[in-house]
Every structure is written in C-alpha cells, then in structure tokens.
Design a protein around this ligand. Structure first.
Ligand code: AMP
Ligand code: MG
Length: 416
C-alpha cells in the first residue's frame, strides 16, 4: 500500500492552500450563528454607571452602621430615583434616597439597603407615594447591592475574540455595547454538483435503472451544517458536453469551493476527469482510506475543488474528513470535530487501509462501547442515519478483537 496517500498527508496538502475568507458586516441579529471576524473592544464601561441591584434605599453605609431589627435607624427620605433617571441632587449625610433596581446611585451614597430590610415596603402601583422617612433594620457595608461601573465589561477590554461563534449571549453583549453591525467572516459559497446518467432529481419519477440524486442533497446539507452556503447545480449527464456545461454553471456562481460527487473512479463512462483536466489542475489521489479511496482535489480556475466518491457513504465520510476542515478554515471557525476513546463491542475485521467504520455508541457502566451499525457497504445511506460516529481502525490493522480501545470520530451534525 506504499502507493496510497495517507489521510493525514492528503489533509495537510489540501489545507496548505486554503485561506480564510474576508469579513463582511451584517445587522446584529443576522450575526446569530456566524463567526466573529475581529476582536471586539468595549468602547465604554458596562454598566456605564454604578447602579442599584435591588429596589431599596441608597444610603451612606456609615449612617446605618448601628441598625438592627430591634433598634432600627430612622433616616429622612430626600431623593426618589427611578430606573432611567439621572439624579442631579447628591445624597447628604444622614439621608436616604428611594432607589429602584438599575437606577444610578446618587453622589454621596455608597450602599443600598434592600426594601425588605426597611419598613418602607411598597407594592406595585404606589411607587409615587414617597415616604418622608424610612426605618432601616440592618447595617450594610460600603458597596453592598451596588453594581459598579464596568463591573461586567471594562472600557478598552477585548470582550469577544475573532473566531467566536455568535450565540445568544454574544448577541446580548454586542447589543449592550451598541454594536449595530457586526463584522463576521463571509460564509463560504459552495457549488454542489452531482454527476451520473443514473441520477434523477428528487421530484422526478424513477424510471428503470435510475436512482435519485441523494448526494446532492446530503452534501448541500453538510455544507450548511458547517457554516457554508450551498448552491446545488443541476445533475450532469455522463457526456463531455453536459459535464463541461454544469462545471461552468458551478463556476458562474462565484463559489469559494466546488464539490462534485461520482465520476472520479476508473469507470468507462467517467468523463468528469477529462473536463477537470480542461478546467484546472487536479490531482487524482488514491488514499489509504476506507471508505473513500478515490478522491480528486485541486483547483478549477483557481477555486478549490473536491471530486468526492459517488457512493453516498463514501461521499459523506470523505466530506467529514477532508471538506469539513476546509469549511472551518474558509469560514474562520474553530474545528469542532471531536474524537473519543471507546471500547469495541465486537470483533472487527478491516482490510489494512485506515478505516472509518460507522458505529453506534452505548454507555456501559461509564464506558463508551462501539458496535457496527451493520453492513459497512458504502451504499447504505441509513447506516449514516444510525451512526453516532466513525470508529477509526488504523492502517496495517486487519483484525480488532472485542474489548480493544480505539478512537471514534463523533458525528454530531449540530446545525447552527
Ligand atoms: P461512480 O463514482 O460514478 O462510479 O458512482 C459510484 C456509486 O455511487 C454508483 O452506485 C452510483 O450510482 C452512486 N452515486 C453516484 N452519484 C450519486 C448521487 N448523486 N446520489 C446517489 N448515489 C450516487
Ligand atoms: Mg458514475
């Protein structure tokens, strides 16, 4: 098997030519699920001013130092500070100011006594009845029940880093900072092309000898799963002219990546190779990999191109191993592929190529156990539905006994 390219070597060669796409600015809510293209610095403190974390009374802590339930301290109420107001008067020594949660602390105050620890309780609707004085039942320390300016975010601080995925909490932070438009990495545009005389579109009836184009959809869905924008190109027939025409259509959408499936093995009707050689520089690799030995990679008019195998499972597995990292690199996303160590639940035979076998995982007494989903034929699409991951049997290994420890590459397909 010395003439076969290793999976790692192939991936390294592929990634060496891939660079991250430029940034674009999108409205705040549209940035959900996108990748932040730049570090975000806070221009101002958040919260912008010290404010109360409770409904209660702003005081000087030293004025209520002696307060106890059985010996309350009585203070005149000189200020009323609802949320959203900006107090213009300071709090003088020996006074209290009624203050609401989120309202700015007045000058002179250094603590808040929650209303529950005073006799100044109020119920909804009677806020306007400002008591003339309040009895405080408990002492507080300077700083109690105050959210300091910049406690959450300090001016000048890097709040979010480039490469982060923008989820609901990040969107909240950006909103708090007044970020109306967000710099995100442009999503990779990916042309997805299926080739083969046996293929019909999903909505068409199925004449004898034909099958539906499942790869076009599964691959487009994978592209979207990993942050790309898929563009399905109509099926190319196995003629030079039709394949050429469809590849030109693929180039016309100005893609960042082109994927085709089928027609890269040595079949009598495989005209894909001829067209690829016309349009660019393509290497036809034989990879030390099962499933997915034949794989074409190169550039068509400068755009990275993968010719994936036609068998549906091989197409999806090679996508996971080779295309997914490319989408991460193009889209500036952290590589979220994860591998866990498992115990094999049955004897497994392999053919000496590095094999990615579809397995189901079960937790048995805290130990993950992997069992094959059934036949490993690369045409059985439903095995990908069942699989929790791909058990990796290393090169040169032809037999793995039950109870062996091996890595599993998890298939989680989290759509965001
Ligand atoms: P090929 O690479 O052209 O030799 O195709 C290998 C196998 O994959 C054949 O059984 C094809 O019918 C099947 N195949 C190719 N393209 C697709 C597709 N788009 N959807 C489903 N099966 C496909
Ligand atoms: Mg074919």
């Amino acid at each position: 098997m010395a003439d076969l390219l290793s999976v790692d070597e192939a991936l390294e060669r592929i990634l060496s030519g891939i660079t991250t796409l430029p940034a674009e600015r999108v409205p705040l809510l549209d940035s959900l699920g996108r990748t932040l293209a730049e570090d975000i610095y806070a221009e101002a403190n958040h919260p912008p001013f010290p404010n109360s974390s409770m409904d209660g009374y702003a005081v000087r802590a030293e004025d209520v130092a002696a307060a106890r339930t059985d010996a309350p301290v009585r203070l005149p109420v000189s200020l009323d500070i609802p949320a959203g107001s900006a107090p213009t008067q300071p709090l003088h020594p020996g006074e209290a100011g009624r203050i609401m949660t989120g309202a700015p602390l007045p000058q002179g105050a250094n603590a808040v006594v929650p209303v529950e620890q005073t006799d100044g309780r109020w119920s909804a609707g009677d806020h306007h009845l400002l008591p003339t004085e309040v009895q405080v039942y408990r002492a507080v320390q300077p700083g109690d029940y105050i959210r300091q300016a910049g406690e959450d975010i300090r001016a000048g601080q890097v709040v979010l880093t480039a490469g982060s995925t923008l989820r609901a909490p990040e969107i909240g932070v950006l909103a708090a900072l007044g970020c109306v438009y967000v710099p995100v990495t442009r999503q990779p545009r990916v042309a997805v092309l299926s080739t083969g005389d046996e293929l019909v579109e999903v909505h068409e009836p199925l004449p004898p000898g034909k099958i539906r184009d499942s790869n076009g959809y599964a691959l487009a869905a994978l592209v979207a799963t990993y942050g790309g924008l898929p563009f399905r190109i109509p099926i190319a027939r196995d003629t030079l002219n039709d394949v050429r025409r469809r590849f030109h259509e693929a180039l016309d959408i100005r893609p960042d990546l082109i994927l085709s499936s089928a027609g890269v093995s040595v079949g009598a009707f495989d005209v894909v190779r001829a067209v690829l050689d016309e349009l660019g520089q393509i290497d036809f690799w034989r990879i030390n990999l099962r499933p997915g030995k034949p794989l074409a990679f190169g550039h068509l008019q400068g755009i990275p191109f993968f010719g994936l195998p036609g068998n549906p499972v091989s197409a999806m597995v090679t996508f996971d191993i080779f295309v997914r990292p490319v989408l991460y690199r193009l889209g500036n996303r952290a590589d979220e592929s994860a591998t866990v160590m498992v115990i094999t639940g049955e004897d497994i035979r392999s053919d000496g190529r590095r094999s990615y076998l579809r397995v189901k995982l079960t937790d048995e007494n805290g130990q993950l156990v992997a069992r094959l989903t059934g036949t490993q034929s690369s045409g059985v699409l439903t095995s990908m539905v069942q699989a929790d991951g791909l058990l990796i049997v290393p090169e040169e290994v032809t037999f793995v006994p039950a109870g062996a420890s091996l890595p599993v590459r998890l298939l989680r397909y989290v759509v965001r």
